[in-house]
Design a protein around this ligand. Structure first.
Ligand code: NAP
Ligand code: ZN
Length: 358
């Protein structure tokens, strides 16, 4: 596959041409560097379940899938060229790219550094367009990215840690942001629902923040891992007895589940004034029983990734606490299999594509 050739920097990646297509090599162009742009040689690119939802058109019609699609929004790479006005990076630095690459820069959200909520809609790293609303964006399953330095992150980690840093750019910030906002810390009983890419980061971060952490999982085989990740307790959510025993016991639940599930069942595990934040995005709308909330004065909220300042804060927090993602490093010819395994909840705990050697 080849994209219509515009003038720019030739690169290549891996794309799908439709919801049922397999990944294929794809040649396309990145834009020439503007004064504030940096060119990144991509080293590692994580596979987020959002890549799967979009590559397989599971979020349509709310989020249309644009093909050819090069997914990937957990990107770590080396800066190889900088524009004349760049100040944050120099050649050889390691940079990260997360879920968006630009925004309007004028609205209240952009001014407050929560660009993911840009009132005009931020430019997503892939399956989107640049702010001209015309030029398609292609993601991190590729060799290079050109991005305005204001939307790239500084990564300070040893070379060997970089594969495990890539997933922080989405899974890390998506869990860090609500844990921090809702005051997770010492004395709080926190549950992480779903032990996948997001969930295992949620466990590590909530433990580092000082909370008592329980994993709510459909996979009893993950109990040992949950403990190794630092969780204090594990509940097999499909075991009626174990679930009933946990009723009313949490201050906070972070729901990272990718598949359709019954929110009411999870809300029943919150105590008085408990809060559940949804970050997982199942494909179907769910039925909510009002009694699930009103009985215990409970809060049900949502959260979308995090802005640039908070993403930098999260990377620095992880560096300080020695936190990276547990990963399985794969070659691009394994992406289709990695997708199938992720959907089966058979990922421990993030697939990362070795783009450096692709
Ligand atoms: P993932 O690695 O596939 O993990 C999802 C986990 O959900 C699975 O490992 C599994 O954990 C659990 N699960 C799967 N099917 C289930 C079911 N039927 N009932 C209960 N639990 C089930 O996915 P991910 O990359 O962490 O992403 C999770 C979700 O978050 C996706 O929908 C993704 O699109 C979304 N997301 C949202 C944001 C945001 O900003 N809000 C950002 C990134 C991703 P167990 O084996 O432990 O049950
Ligand atoms: Zn993601």
């Amino acid at each position: 596959m080849t994209a219509a050739a515009a003038k720019g920097i030739a690169t290549r990646g891996f794309a799908v041409s439709g919801p049922e297509a397999k990944f294929e090599p794809f040649e396309f162009q990145r834009r020439e560097l503007g004064p504030k742009d940096i060119l990144i040689d991509i080293l590692y690119s994580g596979i987020c379940h959002s890549d799967i939802h979009q590559a397989r058109a599971e979020w349509e019609p709310l989020i249309p899938s644009l093909y050819p699609m090069v997914p990937g929004h957990e990107i770590v790479g080396r800066v190889t060229k900088v524009g004349s006005e760049v100040t944050k990076f120099k050649d050889g630095d390691i940079a990260g790219i997360g879920c968006f690459v630009d925004s309007c820069r004028e609205c209240g959200a952009c001014h407050h550094g929560i660009e993911q909520y840009c009132i005009k809609g931020s430019a997503q790293t892939y399956n989107s367009t640049e702010m001209d609303r015309q030029t398609p964006t292609f993601g991190g399953y590729s060799k290079h990215y050109v991005i305005d330095e204001a939307y790239a992150l500084n990564v300070n980690a040893p070379e060997e840690a970089l594969p495990g840093v890539a997933p922080l750019l989405c899974a890390g910030i998506t869990t860090y942001s609500p844990l921090k906002k809702w005051g997770v810390g010492p004395g709080k009983k926190v549950a992480i629902a779903g032990l996948g890419g997001l969930g295992h980061m949620g466990v590590k971060l909530a433990v580092a923040m000082g909370a008592e952490v329980t994993v709510l999982s459909t996979s009893p085989s993950k109990e040992e891992d949950a403990k190794k990740l630092g969780a204090h307790n594990f509940v097999n959510i499909r075991d009626d007895e174990a679930r009933t025993a946990a009723a009313g016991s949490f201050d906070f639940i972070l729901d990272t589940i990718s598949a359709n599930h019954d929110y009411n069942a999870y809300l029943s595990l919150l105590g008085l004034n408990g809060v559940m934040v949804i970050v997982g995005v199942p494909t179907e709308p769910a039925a909510l029983n009002a009694f699930s909330l009103i009985g215990g004065n409970k809060v049900l909220a949502g959260s979308l990734i995090g802005g640039i300042p908070e993403t930098q804060e999260m990377l620095d927090f992880c560096a300080k606490h020695g936190i990276t993602s547990d990963i399985e490093l794969i070659k691009p010819d394994y992406i289709d299999t990695a997708y199938d395994r992720t959907v089966k909840a058979d990922v421990r705990y993030r697939f990362v594509i070795d783009m450096a050697n692709a």
